[in-house]
Structure formats: structure tokens, C-alpha cells
Design a protein around this ligand. Structure first.
Ligand code: C2O
Ligand code: CU
Length: 524
């Protein structure tokens, strides 16, 4: 029996009363490990190969057990890192959480990372949003086998921003991104640069990092993911929604703050949930950055939409508050149109989720505990260094239709994931600027992600989701764009520096795992 099969068999575990057959992360699965013991593989470095790196680290993907809820600890899969070379603040562990360590890099650094797979199945590490060579990108075509090590090297070319890293494994049975990320294999990666540092935005204790994820727990605090049967079919269509939201791997907490401005940097690391960020007192959400770093100028929105894999940089000024005041960051109610008729409707009705998509719930509570004299005005001009990609009526437009495949998820231009096969209309030229147009011919929202670059949103038309529209942040640089039901969205990008294979896909991880993902090729 192959390893893949035996793991697969062990993961279909138990029925949890009332919710159908679900899959839990059982200690049995997690502690079994790989059959053959750890093999030390000294491999060559993929990507940038040099004698000298500014930063070098070991990154382990491993089973672990951490406290998440009161009571028994939960079995998880997680990353741990060990800094071998580089500035001391490069790695900050999140010891009491399943979240991977936060990795801080500076633009221009050269980085070498040894990725050790101590899991019982294949994995990869994808540096979400970073402009890196194809071989470093953590794609499914380069799996790291259990017990093996892969070494990647790259130069940090991106401007300052909040990025993240997560598993991108895809096995013979389908994608494992949903399962592995859900089990805990994700962490933040921050790029810093001189331009951003010059703005003197709130930093240190005044910069709050917030990773939003939703999870479901069984009776003994085991994480529950989807298994077989009807419930699972629904989860695959909608994407998995947990019945509670975790902030930084724990139930949302109260944070003591002072009367001053704060920078809140939020990642949606959820498998499928969309958040509608707002403040409990109704004040506008001041957005200063998105996936690919700071916007040109701050934008005040009534609320801000954060789709899976997206990041938002938010500035909030508490200098007019009094000690004792509290302010909650919430996710507000919305309708994303997915219950809007058709086949999905009836299935949605049968859902047993305690926290449906578009419910209102708190994400973080700020409690003003201290009065300080701090005046750090928000600069009116934020990003200057990267000009928008110029497009005109001659820019090539490449169209992608997102459509349902009966009982099997969703397709892109009628195609589903097919290993590294690339169709003729998925080949682009190095150096070209293109507009990609995603046309959503489904009743569900899809957060579309393109590897290896940051793009600009050119425009959108046709979607009608009144309860989200004003919160879509389309200015600035993005690697993931939310395409609402029936909507057409255009994004502009330039294929620079690296040729080779990259992927584009829906970042609803269950959609992606079910095949809503394709390779494209940048031809040199
Ligand atoms: Cu965050 Cu292809 O992924
Ligand atoms: Cu999707």
C-alpha cells in the first residue's frame, strides 16, 4: 500500500453527532509520521544559488500539539523556524499558537531557506505574493516528500508589504492546500524597505498583526475538517466554513492600547470565509495598504472587504479616546449572492454551519488603558515608488470564464487542474503587459490569485452585491482579487524577470483543491 493511500485511509475518521461524517485531525494520524524515518537529503539550492546569503533559515513543517481553546490541546500541523544567519528579528515564533513564525525580510536581502518536511505526506511552501523564480514558488510540481529537505534561495525583490506562506501540495486524490493550511501550515511574511520606514508609521507595539481564520472543533478540541458524504459535497461547493473565528490562532481577545494611532495589518488566512471589516462605533475604516504594500493615499471606507488570501493595512487613531473606552473590529453582515438561486440554494439550506458566511461577529477588541501624548499624523502621501502598470486600448486582454462543473466544483475556461499542462491560451511572453479578465459565470464569489507578481485592478462591471461593493479596495497592488457573482473584473500585470511555470487559481481553498486552478507559462 502506498503511503498516500494509507494516509488517506486514516484521515477518514469519525462521525461527529449531528454534523454528518467529518474529518478530524486525530493524534493517531499526526503521530504516525512517515514510514521510513527521516532521510537527510542534501540537495542543491533551487532558485538563486550563491555562495553568500544575507539570511539563512531552517523551516520545519511538523505535527505538533498546541492549546487553542480552554481544555485539551489540539493536534495541529505547523511550521517552526530556526534562524541560521541574519538579523535577529528575522524570525518571531508564535509559541502558543499553531501559526507559523512571522518572518521579517528586507527588500534586497538574499535568502536561503531549508524546508524540512516532517509530515506524513507531501508538502510544499508557497511564498504567497512574492516575485520569486518559478522553482522557488512552492508549486505542486515540486513536492517535498516526507522526511526530505528542499532548499530554496531568492532575493527579496518586492516592495514593503504583508505577505504570507502556506502549503500548496496537490496529491493524486486532489489538492491538499485546504487540509494542510487548515491544520495550521501558514505564517506571515513581512517585507520592509526604506521607503516605508521613511513614513514612520506606527511600529513595534503599535503595529498589530492579525491573522483571521475560522475553525470547527470536536468535543475534545480536535480540529474538524470535511470528510465524505453530503456535508462534504456542500463544503466543496461553498468552501469550508468553520463555526468560530480565530484571531492569530486563538479566540479573539482584548488588546490594551493607548491614546495614539495604530497600524493593523490583517491577513485573511481562512479557507473560504470572506470578512467585511468594520468598527463597532461606525467610524470609517482607513485603509492604507493592500496585498502588495501601501496605497498611494489613504482611503476611508464605511467597511473593507477581505477575501481569502488578501491582506489589508488599516490605520486607526485612538488619540481622541479616553482610558476605559473600547473599540471592536468586527466582521459585519453581508450577502455575497451565493444563496441567490440555482443548484447552490437548496444545498445551502441544508448546511449546518453555526456561523454562516456573512454573519456578524467580533474579531478584536481594543481597550484604551493608557493616556499618552503622541501625535503621529497619517501621511497624506504613502506609496510613491511603484507606478501603476500603464495600459491602453492596445493592451492584450486575455479572458477567463469561471463556470460550474456539475458536482465537481468549478472550471476556468472549461478546464480544471491538469498537472503542469498548459493550454495555448495560457502561454504569455516575458516582458509583456496584459489585462486578464475574469468573468464569473457562477452564483458564488471567487478570490482569484495569480502567482509570482502583483497586479493592478483595472475595473469591474456587472456584479451586484450592494452589501460589499463599497468595501472593495481596488487601488494599489494585489495578488488576489475578489470576483463577485456574475461580475467581470479586469486586472493588469507585467511578466517580469522570471520565465517558466506559474499558477493561477481561486483561493477559496476547497475550490482550488477541487481543480479550480491552472498552470500558465511565461515564455522567455
Ligand atoms: Cu496563497 Cu497559490 O496561493
Ligand atoms: Cu472559487
Amino acid at each position: 500500500m502506498s503511503r498516500e493511500k494509507s494516509v488517506h485511509r486514516r484521515t477518514v475518521l469519525r462521525a461527529v453527532a449531528g454534523t454528518g461524517v467529518l474529518l478530524t485531525l486525530s493524534p493517531g494520524l499526526l503521530l504516525t509520521g512517515c514510514d521510513g524515518g527521516v532521510k537527510a537529503v542534501e540537495s542543491e539550492t533551487l532558485g538563486l544559488d550563491s555562495d553568500e546569503y544575507d539570511v539563512e533559515l531552517n523551516l520545519y513543517a511538523m505535527p505538533d500539539s498546541v492549546p487553542i481553546l480552554p481544555g485539551a490541546p489540539s493536534e495541529v500541523w505547523r511550521y517552526r523556524a530556526e534562524l541560521l544567519k541574519g538579523p535577529e528579528n528575522t524570525v518571531s515564533e508564535n509559541p502558543d499558537s499553531y501559526l507559523g513564525p512571522t518572518i521579517r525580510l528586507r527588500r534586497g536581502q538574499t535568502v536561503k531557506i531549508h524546508i524540512h518536511n516532517e509530515l506524513p505526506e507531501d508538502t510544499t511552501v508557497h511564498w504567497h505574493g512574492l516575485h520569486v523564480p518559478s522553482d522557488v514558488d512552492g508549486q505542486p510540481r515540486l513536492p517535498i516528500r516526507p522526511g526530505e529537505t528542499m532548499t530554496v534561495g531568492f532575493e527579496v525583490l518586492d516592495r514593503a508589504g504583508l505577505f504570507w506562506y502556506h502549503s500548496h501540495a496537490h496529491g493524486k486524490q486532489g489538492g491538499r492546500v485546504g487540509f494542510q493550511s487548515y491544520a495550521g501550515l501558514a505564517g506571515l511574511l513581512i517585507v520592509e524597505d526604506k521607503e516605508e520606514a521613511g513614513l514612520k508609521l506606527p511600529s513595534g507595539d503599535n503595529e498589530l498583526l492579525l491573522v483571521l481564520q475560522d475553525r470547527t472543533f470536536a468535543g475534545n478540541n480536535e480540529l474538524v475538517y470535511m470528510g465524505g458524504g453530503m456535508g462534504s459535497m456542500m463544503d466543496r461547493m461553498h468552501g469550508f466554513l468553520g463555526d468560530r473565528v480565530l484571531a492569530n490562532g486563538a479566540p479573539p481577545t482584548t488588546r490594551k492600547v493607548a491614546t495614539r494611532p495604530y497600524r493593523i495589518r490583517v491577513l485573511n488566512g481562512s479557507n473560504a470565509r470572506i470578512y467585511k471589516l468594520g468598527w463597532s462605533d461606525g467610524r470609517p475604516v482607513t485603509v492604507i495598504g493592500a496585498d502588495g504594500g501601501l496605497l498611494q493615499t489613504p482611503e476611508d471606507r464605511p467597511y473593507a472587504v477581505l477575501a481569502p488570501a488578501q491582506r489589508l493595512d488599516i490605520w486607526v487613531d485612538l488619540s481622541k479616546s479616553q482610558p476605559g473606552d473600547t473599540l471592536e473590529l468586527i466582521s459585519d453582515r453581508f450577502r455575497a449572492g451565493m444563496m441567490g438561486g440555482g443548484m447552490m440554494d437548496g444545498m445551502g439550506m441544508m448546511g449546518s454551519n453555526a456561523l454562516p458566511l456573512g454573519s456578524r461577529f467580533p474579531l478584536a477588541r481594543l481597550e484604551v488603558a493608557e493616556s499618552v501624548e503622541a501625535s503621529e499624523p497619517l501621511p497624506a502621501q504613502l506609496g510613491v515608488q511603484r507606478q501603476k502598470i500603464p495600459v491602453n486600448s492596445n493592451t492584450r486582454i486575455r479572458s477567463f470564464e469561471l463556470s460550474p462543473v456539475m458536482m465537481r466544483g468549478f472550471a476556468i475556461n472549461g478546464r480544471r487542474f491538469d498537472r503542469t499542462n498548459v493550454a495555448d491560451d495560457e502561454k504569455v511572453r516575458l516582458g509583456d503587459t496584459e489585462i486578464w479578465e475574469f468573468h464569473n459565470n457562477t452564483p458564488m464569489p471567487h478570490p482569484m490569485h495569480i502567482h509570482g507578481l502583483q497586479f493592478n485592478v483595472v475595473g469591474r462591471r456587472g456584479g451586484n452585491s450592494d452589501s460589499l461593493q463599497q468595501g472593495l479596495v481596488d487601488s494599489g497592488w494585489h495578488d488576489t482579487v475578489l470576483v463577485l457573482p456574475r461580475e467581470t473584473v479586469q486586472v493588469a500585470m507585467k511578466f517580469e524577470r522570471f520565465d517558466g511555470l506559474y499558477i493561477y487559481h481561486c483561493h477559496n481553498m476547497e475550490h482550488e483543491d477541487a481543480g479550480m486552478m491552472r498552470y500558465f507559462q511565461v515564455q522567455g
